[in-house]
Structure formats: structure tokens, C-alpha cells
Design a protein around this ligand. Structure first.
Ligand code: ADP
Length: 348
């Protein structure tokens, strides 16, 4: 029966139609149990539609081979393996990604203010806005369309390179530079990944101590590709404290902890922890939600940021709040120092 099953699998082709799945080496094992046959498949970066198609093709091919199954059930187990194609990037010492479970929790605001805090500490810093769903970094740095168009591409040593825009000492590149303001961007996974690969490898970053990558919210193909391709030193997670935000963070943490990815989670930041009225704290989204979650998940708690009208206003004006408000500058100073400590802890 094993021979017949293998023959059936030889008639199933990989998604690019180049090889059959046996030749491609993605069938890792076939278990013949008492009442079922389990086919173990390893795929890198599978989407639901690829998985479904593969399962359907396998079932059909086994049916056409007329394998007598003796009432055994066929089960197909598809496991995600992450290919490690990370290349070290010359001149960039530490690449750190900022992630969140949901959109709107303040991920870009925090990426922006951490980048500026690092500059204030004397580091050379880049900020890559990889949020395909809503690249908001240009707005947070008040970059105008003409700034972006005029300084996007340069020619250096015969090669065309992207040229980041420098604002408040941060070298910035955003997917938003390549779309008109207000226009919907439909970045399909592979296209976004191709662009981001260029952004990282074909950009005149110069020497950087830190490149902060503002990831799209949630978990998806683009995260897996980035994690596979970029030599990240660590991930920072941002969440608000309510349950609904945290359940999505849980999913993100599970993804970043896929063993073959090996990127340490440096810590988690609680944003919009409370707001103040006459010096009294109001816990609008619940008290200590992220702190408790961090204990449960064994993730370092990097700090909390209050909900403040000034923060929203300064984002809208395109002036990072750490340049405007002493209290928030100190909060971000402590969080940024914690990130550096965690980085040293995880590297050593
Ligand atoms: P994300 O990147 O997670 O989608 P943003 O950073 O774009 O979220 O923030 C969403 C909105 O919330 C923005 O208008 C921003 O100014 C505002 N915001 C973020 N953090 C705070 C805060 N601590 N207090 C008040 N407003 C905030």
C-alpha cells in the first residue's frame, strides 16, 4: 500500500508546478496506523489556500490510484517550517521590529518615539515603515509628498539605491512613500515582501546602530517572510490592556515563538494604560492587563504609557511627543533603556 500511496503523491505537484511533492522533498513521513494513514507535509510560508489545494490534490490522486484503503482514513498534516535565509546586513548593527496584535494600539507612535529617543541618546537610527495596511510614519514625521518624491532614489557607484529621508535625526523609509496620500494600497503579500527586501538591502542606510521596523499589525505571510529574511535581533510588542487586544497579541507571540524563527521577544509595552484627571488615574481599558499577560507569557514588561491628548495631537502634527513633553520623554527614555538592556541580555 505504501508504494501505491507514494505513487499517488508523485502525481501531486507543488504550487509552482515545478516538481512533484515527493521530488520536492516536502513529504516528510507517511504513518500507517490501524485505522488511518497520516501524511506529514512540511511547507514554508503556507497560505490557507495553498494548504487546501494540496489536501484536495492529494485526496484526489489517491482516489484515482484506486488504492485499497481497508477502511483507513487519510489524514494530511501540514506543518510550517521556516526557511532561514537571513543574511547579515553590512553596516546595520541591530534590527528590531515593533509588532502588535491589533491595529490602532499605538504601534507606530511608539516605534516613532523609540527611534527619536535612541537618536537623543546618540545612536544612528533608521526607521522602516513596513505597515502595508496603513503606513502612518510619513504623517508622524510630517513628511510631505514633495519630500518623498524628490529624495526616493539615488545612484551610487553605478547602482540605484533608495534614499531614506532624514527627519529629527532618524533615517526614514516607508511604503507610504510609494503611494499617493489617501489612495488605497493593495499590497499583496509577495509584492510587499519584494518591496521590503529592497528597502532593507538596496537602501543607502549608511552606518546604523539601530534599524526599527514598524510591522503591520497581526500575523500574516508578510511577518513570516520578514522573520525568515531579516536578521532581526529582537521584537518589541505593543498592546493596550483590554482582553480583546491581548487575545490577538497571544497569537502574535505564538508566531514569533515558532522555534525555527529564533527571534527573541525583547518585551512588551502597555500603551494607553490609564488617563489622568486631576492627578487621579482612570484605567479605561482595565488595570494591569498587559503586565499580567507578560507574567503569564514570561515576556519582559518594558513599561507603560498613559493615554494623553498631547500624544494624539503631536502624532497628528507630525512632531514626536518625546520632543515636546518632558514627562513622556522620561517614560520613553526608561522604556528605550530597558530595550537596550534586554537586547544585551539576549545577545550575551
Ligand atoms: P497603530 O500603529 O497601532 O495602528 P498608531 O500609532 O497609528 O497605532 O496610533 C493610533 C492613534 O492613537 C493615533 O491617532 C495616535 O496618535 C493615537 N495614540 C497612540 N498612543 C496614544 C496614547 N498613549 N495616548 C493618546 N493617543 C494615542
Amino acid at each position: 500500500m505504501k508504494q501505491k500511496i507514494t505513487k499517488a503523491l508523485e502525481n501531486v505537484f507543488t504550487i509552482d508546478n515545478k516538481k512533484n511533492i515527493i521530488e520536492a522533498g516536502i513529504v516528510k513521513n507517511i504513518d500507517f496506523l490501524k485505522d488511518e494513514i497520516i501524511i506529514h507535509i512540511h511547507l514554508s510560508n503556507p497560505t490557507l489556500h495553498i494548504k487546501k489545494k494540496l489536501e484536495k490534490d492529494i485526496h484526489q490522486s489517491i482516489k484515482y490510484q484506486n488504492v485499497s484503503l481497508d477502511a483507513k482514513r487519510i489524514r494530511i498534516r501540514i506543518e510550517t517550517i521556516v526557511l532561514n535565509t537571513k543574511k547579515k546586513i553590512d553596516g546595520i548593527k541591530n534590527i528590531i521590529a515593533v509588532a502588535s496584535g491589533k491595529g490602532g494600539v499605538g504601534k507606530s507612535t511608539i516605534a516613532t518615539n523609540i527611534a527619536v529617543s535612541l537618536v537623543k541618546m546618540g545612536f544612528h537610527v533608521g526607521l522602516l515603515d513596513a505597515d502595508i495596511y496603513g503606513p502612518s510614519i510619513p504623517l508622524m514625521f510630517n513628511l510631505l509628498e514633495e519630500d518623498m518624491i524628490s529624495s526616493c532614489i539615488i545612484k551610487k557607484n553605478g547602482n540605484y539605491l533608495m534614499n531614506p529621508i532624514i527627519r529629527y535625526g532618524v533615517k526614514i523609509l516607508s511604503l507610504g512613500f510609494f503611494s499617493k496620500s489617501g489612495q488605497a494600497i493593495v499590497w499583496r503579500g509577495p509584492m510587499a515582501t519584494k518591496f521590503l527586501r529592497k528597502f532593507i538591502h538596496e537602501t543607502d542606510w549608511g552606518g546604523l546602530d539601530f534599524l526599527i521596523v514598524d510591522l503591520p499589525p497581526g500575523t500574516g505571510d508578510i511577518h513570516l517572510s520578514l522573520l525568515q529574511e531579516i536578521p532581526l535581533k529582537g521584537i518589541i510588542i505593543v498592546s493596550t490592556p483590554q482582553k480583546i487586544a491581548l487575545s490577538d497579541v497571544h497569537r502574535a507571540v505564538e508566531m514569533f515563538r515558532i522555534r525555527s524563527i529564533h527571534v527573541p521577544i525583547l518585551g512588551i509595552i502597555e500603551n494607553m494604560s490609564f488617563f489622568l484627571i486631576k492627578k487621579e488615574k482612570y484605567y479605561f481599558f482595565g488595570k494591569n492587563g498587559v503586565r499580567n499577560f507578560s507574567k503569564k507569557m514570561n515576556i519582559f514588561f518594558l513599561g507603560e504609557i498613559p493615554m494623553l491628548q498631547n500624544i494624539r495631537e503631536s502624532s497628528d502634527l507630525g512632531v514626536p511627543i518625546v520632543l515636546e513633553n518632558d514627562q513622556i520623554r522620561q517614560i520613553f527614555g526608561r522604556i528605550t533603556k530597558n530595550i537596550i538592556d534586554q537586547l544585551n541580555y539576549h545577545i550575551s
